[in-house]
Write a protein that binds this ligand. Sequence first.
Ligand SMILES: Nc1ncnc2c1ncn2[C@@H]1O[C@H](COP(=O)(O)OP(=O)(O)OP(=O)(O)O)[C@@H](O)[C@H]1O
Length: 437
Amino acid sequence: MMAEDEGHPSFKDLGVVDVLCEACERLKWKEPSKIQKESIPLALEGKDVIGLAETGSGKTGAFALPILQALLEKPQRLFALVLTPTRELAYQIAEQFNALGSTIGIKCAVIVGGIDMYDQALMLAKKPHVIVATPGRLVDHLENTKGFSLRAVKYLVMDEADRILNMDFEQEVDKILKVIPKERRTFLFSATMTKKVQKLQRACLRDPAKVEVNTKYKTVDNLVQSYLFIPVKFKDVYLVHILNELAGNTFIIFSSTCNNTQRLALMLRNLGLKAIPLHGQMSQEKRLGALNKFKSKNSNILIATDVASRGLDIPHVDVVINFDIPSHSKDYIHRVGRTARAGRAGKSITFVTQYEVELYKRIEELINKQLPLYATVEEEVMQLVERVGEAQRFTKLEMKDAEEKKTAARKKRRGQEDEDTEEASGIRKKFKKKRKN
Ligand SMILES: Nc1ncnc2c1ncn2[C@@H]1O[C@H](COP(=O)(O)OP(=O)(O)OP(=O)(O)O)[C@@H](O)[C@H]1O
């Protein structure tokens, strides 16, 4: 491990080749971050790496640069497979590979759920060097695609490894590990780890180098001013008050259900705020559209479920609000880590009810810090009650209307399917009759 007092090595000092150093310069990465300093030389030596470092500390570059360098040395299609837990993160990682590898002609494909099979086939037809994917049904899909076999993969990365294994993807990961040869290099990266990752590490990594940087969550916590907020009543009114009080900032608000995420976004929009929802019940097209709108600053409030809690890098996010406290304390680290990226500062406010004391105590234990209370002036908040109440009533009607439209569309579809089936069975009967004759 490199000690702090060994100065400030450059990417070149770490062994990164000139063309990639120039790519880092273009991205305005003046010097490697700590996790990059410690893991890049080991990865270039050909070691398997487990990298643990706080949110926003440059882990993507820490695994992308060594992979690109190895690819330069031995160009090959389907050279690396990068697994991530969410679709949005897959696109973001592919963007970073493209940004770092544009001058060396890197071809990157994203294979995630919710995209048209035809589009996926087009992407694969370009014969990518790197595939960034969510694990669901990946093996079947790739193994059934002509000219593709996971056996070729030389580098396997699991970004947010703990999340991948804690989702429904464990079986898929098992399948992937069975297909890709054992000689591949494996990189596991995250800000948090679980026992499942340790088990996986024993099963599939050869004498891995373990790099840990600021894993006590101190750095990001030093950069973020974090508060608890205990609303007395009217849970929505306080949120609107805080958004007004901190107006001019960019927010991500986390909520635990798709329905509440949608409701909050509509309600805030009815109050004239530029809020946009992001959750798993939206179509993939809408999910990407929402994220792009937020990234391009057309909207300054993203209301999301935990689908946005991992890995998303939107540097201008100033405030994270946990409107619902996360039920797993590790998710707190990741959610709050959406602000204070790459050394910037940020703010976080976590709403807690009297029934959630256990949960916030666990969070405080994990971050080894007591969270101060966020103070509000009650009279100021109460002035909003009427306006917010009106917006809530209107939102309720909008949600009901949308639900009715959905049900009607579903019924219509089902009706069509029934007609199709009847028609098909009619044809089948005629066909049978004909054969008998
Ligand atoms: N050496 C560097 N110097 C300056 N900025 C950097 C450097 N390396 C990466 N960055 C920038 O830092 C930001 C965070 O990087 P990245 O998304 O890789 O963080 P992470 O550690 O994967 O975070 P998370 O745990 O939240 O996924 C990105 O905008 C990236 O471009």
